[in-house]
Design a protein around this ligand. Structure first.
Ligand code: SF4
Length: 321
């Protein structure tokens, strides 16, 4: 699922992430189930889906915060799924993560300077470079200054805390950053500032983002391509503009119909999905969406649809196409 004439930075190849059930006899929770896609160098690949669809699990697996059960993950051509020890540590320099809740991911007992020092300490780099100068550079990159160095996280606003989270992710000059609901916990006005900052940093530093959000509106604003996930599966992947013009999967259609539009000509009728999202430990047979799909037919409950290219660069997993 690469894009023509663009370099692949990361490739997920039939990745599965299963967790043990609550009891020994309980079936495994299939959080991510046989997902394949590529992230191109310099792009923002957005991932949307309801809570519990597996998007955060997938993001964490891509940088080995979680181990995959099956499949391969290639970063710049190297399979990272089986990496251990120093190899894994080196890989972590290339791929970093920004978490959803900036309050929970910063150590409350450490100052901003100590927090930003951590990546250099972990990688034994404190003797090899002027870390103080690099920390100042990182603070400036995210719009903060020397005043913040001696502050503790509780003395900062939500937006400032997230800027520290971004600075820490940038410390080792990664190529890929997983943004895991990076603006969801912030006020709307601060969300816009942080999104603008992420965009500026992407252009300035040539970064690649894997941008996870439950909010399709936010994903649209920042992404070049979008992947739609439902119950552990990638059901549609397309260029952002392509998806806006024409979506094929009934689930994507329902998600998009929920975005408020300005102007009569853009307004579409809201599609309300019936029923709850099924449990990932006992997913429906065939197409996982068939229990809620308004267009389901008999085949849908029996046969799992494959992700197929329906037009150049546009992939859909649905028996209708
Ligand atoms: Fe709906 Fe069937 Fe397509 Fe699944 S395969 S999305 S159930 S029409």
């Amino acid at each position: 699922m690469a894009v023509k004439d663009k370099e692949v930075l990361m490739e997920a190849d039939h990745v599965k992430v299963y967790f043990k059930g609550k009891t020994r006899k309980a079936p495994p929770v299939k959080a991510v189930d046989d997902v394949s896609f590529s992230i191109m160098k310099g792009e923002t690949f957005g991932v949307v889906g309801e809570s519990g669809c597996g998007k955060s699990t997938l993001g964490r697996t891509l940088i080995r915060l979680l181990d995959s059960t099956e499949g391969h993950i290639y970063l710049s051509g190297e399979d990272i799924a089986g990496m251990r020890g120093s190899q894994l540590k080196q890989m972590r320099k290339k791929a970093q993560i920004i978490f959803q809740d900036p309050s929970a991911c910063l150590n409350p007992r450490r100052t901003v300077k100590q927090i930003l020092m951590e990546p250099f300490e972990i990688h034994n780099m404190t003797g090899q470079m002027d870390v103080d100068a690099r920390i100042m550079e990182l603070l400036n990159l995210v719009g903060l200054d020397a005043y913040h160095l001696s502050r503790y996280p509780h003395e900062l606003s939500g937006g400032q805390k997230q800027r520290i989270g971004i600075a820490r992710a940038l410390a080792l000059e990664p190529e890929l950053i997983i943004c895991d609901e990076a603006v969801s916990a912030l006020d709307v006005s601060v969300q816009a500032q942080v999104l603008n900052l992420l965009q500026e940093l992407k252009e300035k530093l040539g970064l690649t983002y894997f941008f996870i959000s439950h909010n399709l509106n936010v994903v649209y604003q920042v992404s070049d391509r979008v992947g739609v996930m439902y119950l552990g599966k990638m059901v549609e992947i397309a260029d952002c503009d392509q998806l806006y013009e024409k979506r094929y999967h009934p689930y994507t259609e329902a998600l998009l119909s929920a975005i408020p539009q300005v102007g009569e000509e853009h307004r579409t009728e809201r599609i309300r999905l019936k029923g709850e999202v099924p449990s990932p430990s006992n997913p429906p047979s065939g197409c996982r969406f068939h229990t809620r799909c308004p267009k389901a037919c008999e085949k849908c409950s029996q046969q799992m649809p494959e992700l197929k290219e329906v037009e150049p660069g546009h992939f859909v997993a649905c028996h209708l196409y």
